[in-house]
Design a protein around this ligand. Structure first.
Ligand code: NZQ
Ligand code: ZN
Length: 391
């Protein structure tokens, strides 16, 4: 196991009606002026925004609002938010929503104190040193941003979708997680969220670091739990216990609990970000297309960990032939995405019959370099072939 530092200060307030504690929680965190950030209006429709504002009003906390954050969030909205924040001067930013809202809020949090354009952080020109605190009320279990140190934004000029990872700065100070709030999610968003959290586990599981059994077993346990509970959520969106299990899984899948002390991969995410940047697809649905293709390709040269996943999680018998078992596991995973989550497993099913692979591949390597390091090393030819396998 490699050396590591793990710092996860997020205070989780989990369970029924916990959003009503927002006023008290802000007080506890000494936040008297709050900028609320949210998306396209689901929280207005469900009445959540009103409940939150009532709770803040009860504590005499002042608020301003930034709304209209879209899925696959964009740079222009971040700049709008920074301008608003600088005039309102909040002492906490409150994201109500999912990954897109939270990531925009984190970008505003670091851009607030910076003299230049916030994109400099995402372009890798400089690193943020200071951020406004971010609190979260989570409405969709998926991206894991409620406890991750990451933020992913799309640049509308260059079509680059890229993340920053600053765990010491960007992990939210608190996350209110009420599984009841997720019952209004359409099946597509629920399923895409489940695919995303599974991908976050795969990215960590597919590692060449030896003797990381604790991380492996945590990852396998989470995957088994997700795969057991997911059919219940799809069948009955109001199954509270199933929703609760999925919600907590989404958080620990991505807050580094199962990746400590090991090399991680993240190349499937990099490949998917090119798809969602160009075609504006739902991130988790892009992942159910690209991850099986990546595993199928990686199994040719490095099958062992994929075979282990197949044996321990996907119910494949150990035949002693790692490559064959790994490929059988990939087949089972694809079927599961299809049959249980009703998600696409090819570009065609994603509604993109003729993707511009050349364009996505060129952008991918411009951003990440000639060789993508990880579970297997991928050059331009390799990633081109993986995109092709997903057709
Ligand atoms: O905008 P509203 O009207 O609220 O609707 C949203 C949105 O359309 C809807 N929704 C959310 N909660 C709902 C609801 N509808 C009904 N009832 C509810 N309770 O769901 C839609 C999707 O929301 P979004 O925030 O985009 O979902 P998600 O959490 O999947 O976030 C995806 C984004 O996160 C990034 C992705 O790339 C993508 O841009 N990621 C961020 C990561 C991170 N920061 O650590 C890691 C991930 O790998 C990922 O890359
Ligand atoms: Zn993801």
């Amino acid at each position: 196991m490699n050396n590591f530092v793990f710092h996860c200060p997020t205070e989780f307030v989990f369970g029924k009606q916990t959003e009503n504690q927002i006023g008290e929680l802000c007080n506890k965190h000494k936040a008297r002026r709050i900028m609320i950030v949210y998306g396209g209006g689901s929280i207005i429709k469900t009445g959540l925004l009103k409940r939150v504002k009532d709770s803040l009003d009860n504590e005499d906390i002042e608020t301003c609002e930034l709304s209209g954050i879209q899925p696959n969030p964009i740079d222009t909205k971040v700049r709008e938010g920074i301008v608003l924040a600088r005039s309102f001067k909040p002492d906490l930013l409150l994201a109500i929503g999912g990954g897109s809202v939270i990531d925009t809020t984190k970008a505003i949090a670091v851009g607030y104190y910076y003299g230049g354009d916030f994109w400099d952080f995402y372009a890798g020109i400089t690193k943020p040193e200071k951020a406004l605190p971010v609190g979260v009320i989570l409405t969709i279990p998926a991206a894991g941003s409620e406890s991750s140190g990451n933020s992913v934004i799309t640049n509308t000029t260059t079509h680059v979708k890229v993340g920053i990872r600053q765990p010491m700065l960007l992990r939210p100070v608190f996350a209110i997680m009420n599984p009841e709030l997720t019952m209004t999610l359409p099946e597509w968003q629920t399923a895409s969220g489940i695919s995303d959290m599974m991908a976050h586990i795969f990215e960590r599981y597919l590692s060449n670091t030896p003797d990381v059994e604790i991380g492996d077993r945590l990852a396998e346990g989470m995957l088994l739990a997700i795969m057991e509970v997911a059919p219940r959520v799809i069948k009955n969106p109001n199954d509270y216990e199933a929703r609760a299990n999925i919600m907590w899984c989404g958080t620990i899948a991505h807050n580094d609990t199962c990746s400590l002390g090991r090399q991680e991969d993240w190349n499937s995410h990099a490949m998917e970000h090119e798809i969602s940047a160009e075609y504006d697809v739902t991130h988790g649905a892009g992942l159910s297309v690209i991850f099986p293709a990546f595993m199928q390709y990686a199994a040719q040269s490095n099958p062992n960990k994929i075979a282990q996943l197949a044996h321990r999680v996907l119910g494949v018998a150990d035949t002693g032939d790692a490559k064959a078992d790994a490929l059988e596991g990939v087949k089972k995973l694809k079927n599961w995405y299809h049959d249980v989550l009703h998600l696409p497993v090819s570009f065609k099913e994603l509604g993109i019959p003729n993707p511009d692979i050349e364009l996505m591949n060129t952008r991918l390597h411009k951003l990440k370099g000639d060789i993508l390091k990880g579970y297997v090393e991928l050059n331009k030819d390799d990633t081109f072939k993986i995109y092709q396998l997903a057709l």
